[in-house]
Write a protein that binds this ligand. Structure first.
Ligand SMILES: Nc1ncnc2c1ncn2[C@@H]1O[C@H](COP(=O)(O)OP(=O)(O)OP(=O)(O)O)[C@@H](O)[C@H]1O
Ligand SMILES: [Mg+2]
Length: 376
């Protein structure tokens, strides 16, 4: 593996290596064409719209930087929702007086650091291209962007409960622990989002699937966000796409880290890791734990097929309130997703089918002893 860097938060370790050199903009047909013509990354909204071309299924609003300042209250510190390797995300408000024809709307505004790094610019562009053409109930909606001077900003619909990461690992007393039924709903929603990407007319590999990139709306519907690393899947008789290795330690599939060969099965592996996090309440990588427990997969994988031991792995925050059979089935599903052989992993569509019968009606009390729904 090549170099790696730490992107500022204890739970997030980004992987990057030069296993294969990646073209700057190999993320969509229109972007590839642009590369062939040898032109550079777009530097204004006209060039962005040119690049989007006929993939521009979803209309996007091109905001000026002054408008972004108004939307975020001039980047108020108390509006900061979080931050990743690229910069910060702010809460914001679009009001009708911002521009004629706009509806009032609460938004999230991702402001890329103005360091002009080409990687940051590529990630910004990938989001504009992908979220400008894909729409699905389990993908976050992009409202618009700003491309002015060195500023690169993305404006999304605001998803009120924030990330699965912040809900799952919140400190005691900050947020209520996620119920088992809610965890299963999140797993199913996220699986549907990935299945949609993998089955699109031009399949897309998400490449950075993790709990901080799954957002939750009021009803705990999962929405995939952060398409900066997304990539077109292999076409024709190609089995994989060759890429520079990028993603997050603890989530990236081992064969992808080793070879740079990216397939939809890399996302399936990452899905298995997220399933483990939902099951155990442990982070994919946790340096504060004893050595042999720091990497969740290494610790959990040998236990997943042991029906009794699996029950002792369940998140203690659930206080024993979970249906045993469903836990065992979820563990087996994670086991299959984490298979070292990518070809032996299930398709996202099969994962959706496996998760459907594990959904729990919220009205049914989920207690260790009185749970009566049979999963057989
Ligand atoms: N549309 C949105 N609605 C509400 N909150 C959001 C939205 N988009 C992002 N956030 C918040 O901003 C945080 C940072 O998001 P982002 O995905 O950009 O970084 P990250 O996932 O934490 O780090 P990384 O750079 O490793 O992806 C998220 O965890 C979430 O809490
Ligand atoms: Mg993210």
């Amino acid at each position: 593996m090549g170099n790696c860097w730490y992107r500022g938060r204890p739970s997030s370790y980004r992987v990057s290596s030069n296993a294969k050199s990646e073209s700057p903009k190999a993320d969509s047909a229109s972007v590839k064409e642009d590369r062939k013509e040898g032109s550079k990354l777009p530097s204004n909204p006209e060039e962005v719209e040119d690049l989007r071309g006929d993939t521009a299924t979803n209309p996007l609003i091109a905001f000026t930087f002054d408008e972004i300042k108004t939307i975020t209250g001039n980047f108020r510190q108390d509006y900061v929702l979080g931050g990743g390797g690229f910069g910060s995300v702010y809460k914001g408000f679009i009001t009708q007086d911002l521009r004629e024809g706009l509806q009032s709307l609460q938004v999230a505004v991702k402001v890329h650091d103005a360091d002009n790094s080409s990687q940051g610019h590529r990630e910004w562009l990938a989001e504009v291209i992908y979220l400008g053409q894909l729409s699905h109930p389990h993908l976050v909606k992009l409202i618009g962007y700003c491309c002015e001077d060195q500023h690169r900003v993305l404006i999304y619909e605001f998803i009120c409960r924030g990330s699965v990461e912040s809900n799952l690992f919140s400190r005691a007393g900050m947020l209520l622990p996620l119920l088992w039924s809610v965890r299963m709903k999140i797993a199913l929603g996220a699986a549907k989002g990935l299945a949609f990407l993998h089955e699109a007319e031009k399949p897309v590999i998400f490449r950075d699937f993790k709990t901080s990139n799954i957002l939750l709306d009021q009803d705990y519907n999962a929405k995939l966000s952060d398409f900066g690393l997304a990539k077109d899947g292999p076409v024709g008789d190609k089995s994989h796409v060759s890429t520079r290795v990028m993603g997050t330690y603890g989530y990236a599939a081992p064969e992808y880290i080793m070879t740079g060969h990216l397939t939809a099965m890399s996302d399936v592996y990452s899905f298995g890791v997220v399933l483990l996090e939902l099951l155990t309440g442990r982070k994919s990588l946790d340096r504060s734990r004893p050595n042999r427990e720091q990497t969740l997969v290494d610790w959990a994988a040998p236990l997943l097929t042991q029906r009794k031991r699996v029950l002792s792995m369940v998140d203690p925050r659930l206080g024993g309130e979970f249906p045993e059979k469903a836990v065992q089935k979820t563990a087996m599903l994670a086991h299959h997703c984490l298979n070292r052989n990518p070809k032996a992993r299930p398709l996202m569509r099969d994962i959706v089918d496996s998760l459907e019968p594990l959904q729990v009606d919220d009205a049914i009390p989920i207690t260790g002893f009185s749970f009566t729904v049979s999963y057989d």
